[in-house]
Design a binder for this molecule. Sequence first.
Ligand code: HEC
Ligand code: HEC
Ligand code: HEC
Ligand code: HEC
Ligand code: HEC
Ligand code: HEC
Ligand code: HEC
Ligand code: HEC
Length: 255
Amino acid sequence: MGRQSQWLALSVSFCIVVSAISLTLIWPAGSWALADEVQGNTFSVFGTYQSPQRCRECHEAEFQAWSNTTHAKASFDPIFQVYLQQAEEPGECFACHTTGYNALTGQFVLAGVTCEACHGPYRPEHPQESMLVATSEDLCGSCHTSTVLEWNSSRHGKVNVTCVDCHEVHTQKTHAAAATNALCASCHVDRTQDFTHAIHSQADIHCIDCHLDRPSDSAGDAVNGHAVTGHSFAVFVSTCNDCHVASLRPTVESP
Ligand code: HEC
Ligand code: HEC
Ligand code: HEC
Ligand code: HEC
Ligand code: HEC
Ligand code: HEC
Ligand code: HEC
Ligand code: HEC
């Protein structure tokens, strides 16, 4: 709880981070290492943004785990770049696709969702002084706004089975493979006692095929980070239709 309120305090402090450097909208391709240019030019109540390279000096394992993720590439993703050019208020995009974004100046410190986006700016006395470690859904939910809403509505949300219980935060992967039943089965016994579960289990259909429904008609919303990600874990009639449309509701050829 202490850490949670620390995080809230930190989020507020992000808003008063002062940046003396003006960054253009064009980044050196494939590089997020803007730190050299901005190092020492920003400050906040808690510390000074460094860069993932700084953390790497002592945290090689975390760096390796993170460096290939979409978090690391969040500012360079080609699809993001396309939509960024079209955005009326590019600053709105930086709030979640960069680190140390300052709404007042419209500037950010580091490209990508870096270590310090989640752990706060580097503290000068670290490691004697602890970095922030926030494990509540508030951290992830501050950017994953639609996912956290879905999660809130779920039974997992009610009993606080939270993002980090299923996700390895640095790799973004799930703790156990989700495409088999291993992740779900780590807490739920395989459900074969009722007909629906038994018949599909035999057909090698997995939990997330039904309980993590990501409707294809919401794919377009993905570009705004607002896609449905299935985190209500609910099963809908449309879910069954994804596979059974032919038998449940025969399609009619249009003339
Ligand atoms: C509130 C935080 C937030 C804001 C603001 C935001 N995004 Fe995102 N964006 C996300 C998240 C989180 C994802 C990942 C979504 C997912 O997979 O669930 C994402 C994903 C994307 C993707 C998909 C990348 C891919 O390769 O599929 C694009 C493109 C994108 N955002 C563009 C933008 C643009 C352009 C803006 C500004 C108009 C913007 N975003 C503003 C949080 C945000
Ligand atoms: C998306 C948010 C996020 C990013 C980005 C991130 N971390 Fe973390 N990190 C966390 C969370 C949350 C935990 C706590 C994990 C837990 O308890 O399951 C954590 C834990 C840690 C720990 C404690 C040891 C451990 O693994 O539990 C270290 C050290 C660490 N992170 C370093 C880093 C470094 C270095 C980077 C960048 C290369 C980084 N993190 C990027 C969220 C993040
Ligand atoms: C000079 C070496 C060094 C650097 C640079 C460094 N760390 Fe650490 N960090 C440590 C040590 C040592 C620990 C304690 C490790 C342990 O207890 O297992 C630690 C612990 C942590 C933890 C766990 C919580 C805590 O504070 O005890 C996090 C999170 C973390 N570091 C994040 C970061 C991030 C993010 C950066 C870059 C901004 C960074 N560290 C840079 C040495 C360093
Ligand atoms: C600072 C904003 C921010 C925070 C905090 C954050 N994320 Fe993300 N996350 C993003 C963005 C932006 C993307 C999409 C990047 C892209 O595709 O260009 C993303 C992508 C992801 C993806 C991959 C989605 C895909 O479609 O492949 C996962 C999984 C994820 N985040 C989980 C988490 C978890 C778990 C946490 C909390 C520990 C977290 N994120 C915290 C902004 C954030
Ligand atoms: C009960 C386990 C569970 C919990 C809790 C959970 N997730 Fe997930 N998440 C998954 C699984 C399973 C996937 C799909 C992974 C796959 O397809 O390999 C996933 C995928 C995602 C994706 C990628 C979405 C996409 O459309 O590809 C994002 C982003 C994400 N989770 C973020 C979060 C955030 C943020 C939270 C907390 C609010 C959270 N998750 C809580 C299990 C969970
Ligand atoms: C970390 C443990 C954990 C993991 C992993 C996990 N769950 Fe759960 N799940 C729970 C708990 C605890 C509950 C609440 C049980 C209760 O209410 O008695 C729950 C509830 C549910 C419910 C709602 C049950 C109801 O009564 O409405 C569904 C559906 C569900 N989980 C599906 C999944 C699926 C699918 C996965 C894999 C993607 C998964 N869970 C992974 C712990 C977990
Ligand atoms: C063919 C689709 C399908 C598959 C595959 C599937 N489920 Fe379900 N599951 C359902 C339906 C339908 C319900 C009942 C409606 C609901 O609660 O959403 C349900 C209900 C549940 C419940 C709540 C039961 C209760 O007592 O209320 C849990 C927990 C659950 N499933 C877990 C799992 C797990 C774990 C797996 C993988 C081993 C799995 N399901 C695979 C369709 C499926
Ligand atoms: C990911 C694909 C998939 C989803 C989603 C799915 N099913 Fe199935 N279902 C199958 C497969 C494969 C079989 C076994 C092969 C067959 O008989 O068609 C099957 C078999 C069945 C059967 C037995 C049919 C028979 O003739 O033996 C019923 C009934 C059924 N499903 C109902 C449902 C319901 C209800 C839902 C939604 C809760 C659902 N299915 C979701 C793929 C799926």
